[in-house]
Ligand binder design. Structure first.
Ligand SMILES: [Zn+2]
Ligand SMILES: [Zn+2]
Length: 306
């Protein structure tokens, strides 16, 4: 089994156009493509204000995004949502300190992950100077932009401990950060493989054929890509669990006879280590499935009249 790379190089392979500009993907929903090291920025415009998802990877990029928003719409930017703590999504926060900024309540913890510390070290950034979102979200939040409502929800630990999903229900748009990719998943010490599979199960249940999914490092994608990516993660989890129950040493799982893996060795071995760690841990109440409940309509349901 192999997973094809995103064929649309525009979204993964190029630098931000100068100046960076947003492209409409649905009425009142816009994206600016991320390059290989910076994440896609989404812009949702209502009658009274607008909201962006993710901040860019530096203060300068955050400022450039803010200027691009002002070129795209005359509605004031009111809210900024951070999908998770990785630097390419969160290190532009300083450009928005005067606004309503929203992140998961675990964001401060995830901001000091190994990847961010290494990036900060090589770029002369002091993590202690990095502003945090003014609002820490644990479960669900709603922002009314004037005739457009945006829902923000945590589905539990998955790609990181600080993942948030943003839905624009009446546009059938879901913005999912790095929870879905057309390439291999990015694992680190903040990932939960079990939680990631559960999160994508919950996410997939909300999708309809016409739901547009905006992920961190691809162009807009459809439900089939979510299903494909979820299958790859579940293949690692299920086979790692099978091997764990048979006492296969963790470093022998990848080469064990007859197991089939969806991505490259490096990625899969990281996933196996995470799975073994989670399988060895004492069971805890499931933090993911069913936590969101009916308040989060997501992109699959028509928005309810107030
Ligand atoms: Zn990313
Ligand atoms: Zn990430």
């Amino acid at each position: 089994m192999s997973v094809a790379r995103n064929p649309d190089a525009h979204w993964r392979g190029t630098l931000y156009p100068e100046p960076m500009d947003f492209t409409a993907v649905r009425p009142n929903v816009y994206c600016a493509p991320g390059d290989p090291t910076t994440a896609t920025i989404s812009l949702i415009v209502g009658q009274e204000g607008c909201l962006i998802v993710d901040t860019g990877g530096s203060l300068a990029q955050g400022q450039a995004i803010r200027e691009a928003v002002a070129r795209a719409t005359d509605r004031p930017l009111s809210t900024v949502v951070v999908t998770h703590g990785h630097w390419d999504h969160s290190f532009g926060l300083g450009a928005y300190d005067d606004l309503d900024t929203v992140g998961h309540q675990n964001l401060s913890e995830d901001m000091t992950c190994a990847e961010n510390r290494a990036y900060a070290d090589t770029h002369g950034i002091d993590l202690a100077d990095m502003p945090l979102p003014h609002q820490g979200l644990d479960l669900i939040g709603v922002r009314d932009l004037g005739a457009t409502t945006v829902e923000i929800a945590s589905f539990g630990p998955a790609h990181t401990r600080s993942d948030l999903i943003v839905a624009v229900p009446d546009r059938r748009v879901l913005i999912v950060g790095d929870l879905v990719d057309t390439d291999a998943p990015q694992f680190d010490e903040t990932s939960s493989l079990k939680g990631w599979v559960l999160t994508l199960d919950s996410l997939y249940a909300m999708l309809r054929e016409d739901t547009l999914i905006i992920a961190g490092h691809t162009g807009p994608i459809g439900p089939g890509t979510v299903a494909h990516f979820r299958t790859g993660l579940a293949a690692i989890w299920d086979q790692a669990e099978w091997a764990y129950r048979r006492d296969v040493p963790v470093d022998q799982v990848y080469d064990y006879d007859e197991l089939q893996w969806p991505w490259d060795r490096g990625t899969v071995e990281q996933g196996i280590v995470i799975a073994y760690r989670e399988l060895a841990a004492k069971p805890t109440p499931d933090q993911s499935a069913g936590r969101i409940g009916p308040q989060f309509t997501g992109a699959g349901l028509p928005i309810q009249a107030a």
